[in-house]
Design a protein around this ligand. Structure first.
Ligand code: CP
Length: 338
């Protein structure tokens, strides 16, 4: 059997993706998890985390799996990933040596490595995750890379499924760009458009001019959506995006066409405070619509307290679903190894 890596959430197709979300909801409702005693994961975090790290450790614990978490540069050697690098600088060890060694201790290796946001061609290749996969002798779990956040995808899908029912096709979801003091990678919005495509949602993405997503990714997502009975459309009007929405995601990201113009982009971003999701805008969505954000979130910049603290905020529920969806995915990955 070929190695099963979880990289962008499409590995099992639309049916398999939604089945994992369904399994997560069953686990949340009390279904007993499968056990894999003696199995081990090494999770390497090149960037900070709260939910991904703790939900992975909690989920693995419930399956009898032990997780060793490493933060290179803080509690482990700082790792170089570039092939052929002359290592006379800050990096003490190369992926070529470290990752095969970690494979000697674990059955599954996991990595978080965000986008560099300097070179679009480099980020498009998801270079750190690609190097990690190259050197890993074990299946690889993506804990958020330059392009994707496939564990967040499963938690989002479980939340959509819980509130909207089993058939997500044609359900109306909005994703609105939001202000932020820093340029952020697009892994989360990339993942939302891809997952929405898998689920067949009617997704409207609102963003200001210049804050576009990678056209290769949106074309792929539109193809998935069309195949599943959904659709993907874009607008630069955040109010219009709310109309009829049953779910509203807010997220900040930097524009794909803004690579190389980050200072200019920062100046533009500073003028876009009116994109904060507030009660007035959110009230244009359906009265039952829920608010979603992957967290962490900048309160009163991305979204106002009134929205995120309201009964219609599904952020804590979705963060909770990170545990159950991680469990469902680990069951799938370890089942394939036994
Ligand atoms: N949503 C999410 O991935 O949270 P962390 O960055 O805290 O892991």
């Amino acid at each position: 059997m070929s190695r099963f890596d979880w990289i962008d959430g499409t590995e099992l197709g639309a049916e398999g993706f939604l089945a994992l979300a369904e399994r997560a909801l069953a686990l949340r409702a009390g279904s007993g998890p499968r056990r894999f005693p003696g199995k081990r994961i090494v999770a390497v975090f090149l960037n900070s985390s709260l939910r991904t790290r703790v939900s992975l450790e909690a989920a693995a614990n419930d399956l009898g799996v032990h997780v060793v978490t490493l933060n290179p540069g803080a509690d482990a050697w700082k790792l170089e990933w570039r092939a052929g690098a002359r290592m006379d600088g800050e990096y003490a060890e190369h992926f070529a040596d470290a990752i095969p060694a970690l494979g000697e201790y674990a059955d599954l290796l996991a990595l978080r490595a965000f986008a560099g946001l300097k070179d679009p061609a480099e980020d498009r290749a998801d270079p750190v995750l690609s190097a990690f996969r190259h050197w890993s002798p074990r299946p690889v779990l993506n804990l958020e890379s330059a392009l994707w956040h496939p564990l967040q995808a499963l938690a989002d899908a479980a939340t959509w499924r819980h509130h909207l029912g089993p058939d997500l096709r044609g359900r109306k979801v909005a994703l609105t760009w939001a202000p932020h003091p820093r340029a952020l990678p697009a892994a989360v919005p990339n993942q939302i458009v891809l997952s929405a495509g898998l689920a067949g949602l009617d997704l409207t993405v609102a963003h200001p001019p210049g804050f576009d997503l990678d056209p290769e990714i949106t074309a792929r997502a539109a193809g998935l959506a069309a195949a599943a009975g959904g659709s993907l459309r874009f607008t630069d009007d955040p109010d219009q995006a709310m109309d009829g929405a049953e779910v509203v995601h807010a997220k900040s990201w930097s524009g794909f066409s803004g690579y190389g113009r980050r200072e200019e982009e920062a100046a533009v971003r500073a003028t876009l405070g009116h994109w904060t999701l507030d009660q007035t805008r959110f009230s244009r969505a359906r009265p039952t619509a829920g608010f979603m954000h992957c967290l962490p979130v900048r309160r009163n910049v991305v979204v106002t307290d009134a929205v995120i603290d309201s009964a219609r905020s599904w952020t804590t529920e979705t963060a909770g679903n990170r545990r159950w969806t991680a469990m469902a995915l680990l069951e799938e990955m370890f089942s394939r190894m036994s």
